[in-house]
Design a protein around this ligand. Structure first.
Ligand code: BES
Ligand code: ZN
Ligand code: ZN
Length: 466
């Protein structure tokens, strides 16, 4: 699909028209006869009139994204080669709808459907440098979201830590980023016993990925941002093995790490005056004779000891060492965000569409929630409290890797991570649990089944507003 901007109407195979609920202005009779009401995800194709009508419940950005994605899916069932749409405002929402709605993951189908390349013409009032910039930025962000979807959807046998590291190397090359790939020898030398333990039973060696973007030329960075991602290329649960039904889709446990790679893939195209570090702990959590065990006590890079009570609470063990690494290696951090499919409890608590935002700095957390909403993602805050904090106590080590209560699991996981954030960085850190939206079981909005690319748009929107 090729997106094009135009300032005049173009004669194409079909015109896409978004219709607000109860505001049907054209072809009223025909649409009425077809029972078209203008609800979300409703669409009617009238080939004779060369019109594709799609419902758009409200005028907010997300209604536009959903309506345009509905149109794209319909177009893809046709032989049409071109389509036209008039854009009144919110150009980026239209682009999201086209680019994200058009995504499919068919690499593993033995027979590929024939794809008819489509030219889409979006009419805007004028094409100046601002519009051109908005257009290019939105397309670039969507490409990164779709790249993340491809990564996450790839089966674990074809996407293990070394592969993730190779992708990071390629992203760095293409975008002129600094790139460090650290292996298990580095983890051993630097006492990262928490991350090391999780990957021990896997036949794939763990990798610590560190990409850095610095603004080019004379531009001085006004802020330093660190993004950290949970990159569990597979989470079987380890010896605390997941039940069969819960293991399916755990290839998506690398979503946080993949989101970080996606953000780093776009950052240089945005020309922002900020320094951005992307750190990913790429690890596979498996079973075997060498597996780490419930009852083990691990020592993280900051010297804290952790009693393992459940090997399925592995993401926090990987992130603990990644947080320590980031704070040891990078000074004067202004913001430190981590992205992780950390807990099923977060999905239970806030639903599968929404990310949970946690931390110590409430004003920063609400900025993240606003960035999420502006970018088309859903997020809400989950507050820490002193009582839940106590449930992480261990009788024999500094802390236990799971809480003693079965309630509030998203928050206790966030509070576990807080133990690995230095005092000077407490207010700079935000934990983003993307366990719900990262992987779509049943299609919603403009997300097909599979990975959604959650976190990428949220983070970019946040960074644009620093
Ligand atoms: N990767 C899972 C969390 C998860 C669950 C992500 C469902 C996406 C969908 C994580 O490693 C995990 O297994 N967490 C446990 C923690 C528990 C053992 C305290 C969970 O949520 O059940
Ligand atoms: Zn787990
Ligand atoms: Zn996990």
């Amino acid at each position: 699909m090729n997106l094009n901007l135009t300032i005049k109407k173009i004669d194409t195979d079909v015109e896409i028209v978004l219709i607000k609920k109860k505001k049907i202005k054209e072809n009223k009779e025909v649409l009425k006869n077809l029972n078209f009401k203008g609800n979300d995800e409703e669409c009617v194709l009238l080939p004779g009139l060369k019109k594709l009508y799609v419902g758009c419940e409200n005028s907010d950005h997300d209604s536009i994204r959903i309506a345009v994605a509905t149109a794209v899916k319909k177009l893809n069932t046709t032989q049409f080669k071109s389509a036209y749409i008039k854009v009144k405002s919110n150009l980026n929402a239209y682009i999201d709808g086209f680019e994200l709605g058009n995504y499919t993951f068919t690499k593993y189908k033995s027979k590929q459907d024939e794809i008819i390349e489509k030219n889409i013409y979006m009419e805007v009032e004028k094409i100046d440098t601002n519009i051109q910039k908005e257009f290019e930025e939105s397309v670039s962000i969507c490409n990164s979201v779709n790249m993340v979807r491809d990564f996450v959807n790839t089966p674990p046998e074809d996407f293990y830590p070394a592969i993730m590291a190779n992708h990071a190397v390629n992203i760095a090359k293409e975008n002129n980023l600094e790139c460090k790939i650290l292996d298990e020898d580095y983890l051993i030398e630097n006492n990262m016993g928490s991350m090391l333990a999780v990957g021990r039973a896997s036949r794939h060696r763990s990798k610590l990925i560190h990409l850095t973007y610095k603004p080019s030329g004379k531009v001085k960075a006004t802020a330093k941002i660190v993004l950290i991602g949970k990159g569990l290329t597979y989470d079987s649960g380890g010896l605390s093995l997941k039940p069969a039904d819960f293991m399916v889709s755990m290839k998506s446990d690398k979503s946080g790490g993949c989101a970080v790679l996606g953000i780093m893939n776009t950052i240089s195209s945005l020309n922002l005056p900020i320094e951005v570090h992307g750190i990913v702990g790429a690890v596979e959590n498996m079973i075997g004779g060498d597996a780490y065990k419930p009852d083990d006590v691990l020592t993280a890079r900051n010297g804290k000891t952790i009693e393992v009570k459940n090997t399925d609470a592995e993401g926090r063990l990987v992130l603990a060492d990644c947080l320590c690494y980031a704070q040891d290696e990078i000074d004067n951090i202004d913001y430190m965000l981590d992205f992780a499919t950390l807990t099923g409890a977060c999905v239970v608590g806030v639903g599968q569409y929404t990310s949970g935002i946690m931390g110590n700095n409430h004003s920063l957390m609400s900025k993240i929630v606003k960035s999420a909403s502006k970018s088309g993602e859903l997020a809400t805050t989950l507050p820490f409290n002193r009582y839940l904090k106590k449930t992480l106590k261990s009788e024999i080590a500094d802390i236990s890797n799971i809480a003693s209560t079965r309630y509030g699991g998203a928050i206790t996981a966030g509070m576990f991570l807080d133990n690995f954030v230095k005092d000077k960085n407490k207010d700079k850190w935000v934990h983003i649990d993307i366990a719900g939206p990262a992987f779509v079981e049943s299609a919603w909005g403009y997300n097909p089944h599979g990975a959604s690319g959650a976190g990428v748009r949220l983070a970019i929107e946040f960074m644009k507003n620093i």
